[in-house]
Design a protein around this ligand. Structure first.
Ligand SMILES: NC(=O)c1ccc[n+]([C@@H]2O[C@H](COP(=O)([O-])OP(=O)(O)OC[C@H]3O[C@@H](n4cnc5c(N)ncnc54)[C@H](OP(=O)(O)O)[C@@H]3O)[C@@H](O)[C@H]2O)c1
Length: 279
């Protein structure tokens, strides 16, 4: 596929739930034109609701064949256990029209491998897997990408460029996708637990909850931006703010004694093991 500009790409979304909805929302915020997008809902009634919600053409589950002759990427954003049935319908829709050369299926379904998708579809098609998170809706998501042998360099670059409009995007071998599911998918919930705990601690120290709710997320945003822009190692940046026998040193020593570092590692390994078991 020739490398096309983002504005030239036509993108379909099968399933417009939380995750595909977040990707679409992020792309609309990135000012990519809505007439380049279309979607598929689980029923004709739901299609009308989703059209109103997103302002794009949304079809019922078996009504989108005509879009396939001009579409470059289709994001498959449905629950893993519904993938097989949905791909059966997709195959039937593809049989009705000449599909656009290079049409690439992009699955965001956790744990469903490229080989499994290929077996379900039964016909060769360029396919990619993406593991995104909900931050894509606000342009600060994290996504990982891998693809099958039928994906050419132009398609791969186009998808990565698209996902970089929504935050950071890293290419990873498929063998690391369970690890990515743990880190990228579960990571936001860990961070939210830390934010909640810091808000509670601030309230314990006398700061109002409303004020703490403003302050704590900004602490994380500012620290992350500083880390990113300085290019420093986190330990180096931290050492710069730790005065000997000072307040921060006192607090850090409590966190280390409580085993926060190893708890985070154990939590991530547990999430990864669970992702493997579900796959
Ligand atoms: N949520 C996350 O943070 C996240 C992160 C990374 C990856 N993922 C992956 O993203 C996928 C979707 O997850 P989600 O959280 O977005 O789920 P979700 O909110 O339930 O969205 C799935 C949507 O697909 C619709 N749907 C079901 N069958 C369909 C069909 N045949 N055609 C068209 N639409 C259909 C569902 O409608 P009904 O409800 O009417 O069935 C629902 O609106 C999952 O495979 C998950 O592993 C999610």
């Amino acid at each position: 596929m020739m490398m096309t500009t983002m504005q030239d790409l036509t993108i379909g979304f099968i399933g417009l739930g939380k995750m595909n909805g977040a990707i679409l929302q992020g792309l609309l915020h990135a000012k990519i034109k809505p007439d380049k997008f279309w979607g598929v809902a689980s029923s004709t009634e739901d299609a009308q609701k989703k059209t109103d919600e997103f302002g794009i053409r949304v079809y019922g589950p078996k009504e989108y064949a005509k879009e396939l002759s001009k579409t470059d990427f289709i994001f498959l954003g449905i629950k893993p256990h519904k993938v097989a049935n949905t791909l059966l319908t997709f195959k039937q829709q593809m049989a009705l029209v000449p599909i656009k050369k290079g049409l690439t299926l992009v699955s965001i379904a956790a744990g469903v491998e490229l080989e499994t998708l290929q077996k379900m579809l039964e016909i060769p098609l360029p396919m990619m897997r993406v593991m995104p998170n909900l931050g894509v809706a606000v342009g600060h998501g994290v996504s990982t990408v891998c693809g099958n042998a039928l994906v050419d360099e132009g398609q791969q670059k186009a998808l990565i460029t698209l996902l970089k409009k929504l935050g950071c995007c890293e290419q990873l071998p498929e063998s690391l996708f369970d690890a990515a599911t743990g880190l990228v998918g579960s990571g936001p919930a860990y961070v939210l637990l830390i934010i909640e705990a810091m808000i509670d601690a601030a309230v314990h120290a006398g700061i109002s909850r409303a004020t703490a709710k403003q302050m704590v997320p900004q602490l994380l945003i500012g620290t992350s931006l500083l880390l990113e822009q300085s290019g420093m190692h986190p330990a180096q940046l931290r050492d710069d703010v730790v005065t000997p026998a000072g307040t921060t040193a006192e607090g850090l020593s409590v966190l280390e004694a409580a085993g926060v570092r190893s708890a985070i590692d154990e939590a991530l390994q547990a999430s990864i093991a669970r992702a493997k078991a579900l796959g």
